[in-house]
Design a protein around this ligand. Structure first.
Ligand code: ADP
Ligand code: MG
Ligand code: ZN
Length: 473
């Protein structure tokens, strides 16, 4: 029998507000264990949480960017469970009144993934297993999270990865999270089921917890899908449960049976007030949302005529896209700029993180100045490249080290004169060319380039040189 995979995602995104969700402690990643903590975020009895306004703002921004309705009335609830990473024995989350509902993400294959809800909650501490002992670091406890719950709309692991990349890029664009999977600021639970192709009903799902890399998601889903199919084919039944993926063995294994909502004994958090969000507030927040990556991509391809590959690379890092757009102000074409960024500037960075940060010594104004010189024909491509290299190195502007001589450009008349000189002072090369050694022209062009300090148009020089040699014979 042929099977279809059905998946739904619960994605946790750590918000990059300066302070935690219910206290003033820093949200900074790392730090010595248990140094980013206070009585509130380690849940000492008698302490009172206070909701961080920025968290609500960031979550609403995320909701708007993902096409959600923003709830006018929302509230916090206690989700009770006992585990050492949660000293209060309950997590403050949202149950039946999430902040955002009914959003969607459109995939490149034309399919739409529904977003059921986005709610805010606090992160738990981290267990560190060391030499047979388990230690607890509460620095992460109380860091604000949004949980983005999708509909069971995914039909392949490629769709899952595209969706997650989309979320990552979008959250970075609106600046609510750095979404670093390796640091755990983006992590997701993947719910997986299979059903015979053509069937209307969903199969029983399992939930693979806390996936933190795209490669592991792909491996885990592939393994889990095959496991479920094998189980059904051999007459067994999938049990609804929570599983963990072990990346050293490449298998998913059962962690525990699935909890139902009633297991958590949800009830309203009595220490926090209702969250009211009126339309005016939503409108204010809407204004904070910049042009999103997918819109930018469309515009770069349509208006700037960039290839999809180039446009994607520029859009992938918001700072790069911003730099690009500022650098091409008042230029006729943005191609030179795109080329210089994607080849020369990108070659200076080794990691994705460096590209993301995009720390360079060249301001967009200085870049714009250089590109204008190039566009006006005052300098040629190779000079532009060399100049940009020096600018990146020293932080100086092009005009700081291009002399007036460099910038004067070269008239056809002047170029022709240099070509005549080239042919005259290299009689051997001219003879070789006449003997059929076409390559000999290259050395003459080299002479012209050196003489003009790279200002010459090589194609034009070649034409002149050939004309001169031919006219002499
Ligand atoms: P819980 O919070 O208990 O895990 P939810 O009802 O909130 O349960 O669903 C969690 C996720 O599971 C959602 O993303 C949803 O799309 C997905 N899901 C629900 N049913 C299925 C199914 N049969 N197959 C795959 N995913 C499913
Ligand atoms: Mg779940
Ligand atoms: Zn605290």
């Amino acid at each position: 029998m042929k099977y279809e995979v059905v998946m739904g995602l619960e994605t946790h995104v750590e918000l990059s507000t300066k302070t935690k969700i219910f206290c003033g402690c820093t949200t900074e990643f790392g730090g010595d264990p248990n140094t980013h903590c206070c009585p509130i975020c380690i849940g000492l009895p008698g302490t009172m949480p206070k909701l961080n306004r920025e968290v609500v703002k960031y979550a609403i921004m995320a909701g708007l960017a993902l096409n959600c309705d923003i709830s006018k009335i929302s509230k916090m609830d206690r989700k009770n469970y006992v585990y050492p990473d949660l000293p209060k024995a309950y997590q403050i989350s949202q149950y039946d009144r999430p902040l955002c509902e009914r959003g969607h993400v459109d995939l490149s294959n034309g399919r739409r993934i529904g977003i059921t809800r986005i709610h805010i909650e606090e992160d738990a501490g981290k267990l560190v297993h060391q030499r047979g002992k388990t230690l607890i670091d509460y620095n992460r406890g109380g860091v604000p999270l949004i949980e983005i719950v999708s509909e069971p709309d995914f039909r392949s692991v490629e769709e899952v990865v595209e969706y997650l990349e989309y979320l990552q890029l979008t959250m970075r664009y609106i600046g609510v999270s750095d979404c670093k999977m390796q640091e755990g600021s983006l992590r997701c639970d993947v719910n997986v089921s299979v059903r015979p192709v053509g069937s209307e009903d969903f199969g029983t799902r399992t939930e693979i917890k806390n996936m933190n890399s795209f490669t592991n998601i792909s491996k885990a889903v592939k393994y889990e899908v095959q496991r479920q199919i094998d189980l059904i084919e051999s007459g067994g039944k999938v049990v609804q449960e929570t599983r963990r993926f072990d990346d050293s063995s490449g298998v998913t294994e059962s962690m525990r049976g699935k909890e139902d909502a009633h297991d958590y004994r949800y009830f309203r958090e009595p220490d926090l007030v209702t969250i009211f969000t009126d339309e005016e507030r939503v409108d204010q927040i809407k204004k904070l949302i910049p042009e999103l990556a997918h819109k930018k991509l469309e515009r770069y391809i349509k208006n700037y005529g960039l290839s999809e590959i180039d446009a994607k690379l520029l859009v992938k890092y918001k700072r790069v896209a911003d730099f690009f757009e500022e650098s091409i102000k008042d230029l006729k074409s943005c191609r030179n700029c795109a080329n210089l960024i994607l080849s020369l500037i990108f070659s200076k960075f080794e990691t994705e993180e460096q590209k993301e940060k995009f720390e360079i010594k060249v301001s967009p104004e200085a870049m714009n100045e250089l590109l204008k010189l190039l566009e006006a024909g005052k300098i040629r491509n190779n000079v532009a490249k060399k100049t940009l290299e020096e600018m990146l190195e020293s932080g100086k502007r092009a005009t700081d080290f291009l002399s007036e001589e460099d910038l004067k450009g070269l008239s056809e008349q002047e170029l022709k004169a240099v070509c005549v000189e080239a042919v005259r002072s290299n009689p051997n090369a001219a003879r070789d060319y006449l003997d059929g050694k076409q390559k000999a022209v290259k050395s003459l062009i080299g002479f012209v380039m050196k003489k003009t300090r790279g200002k010459a148009n090589a194609q034009l020089a070649e034409k002149f040189i050939i004309d001169i040699i031919n006219s002499k014979n």
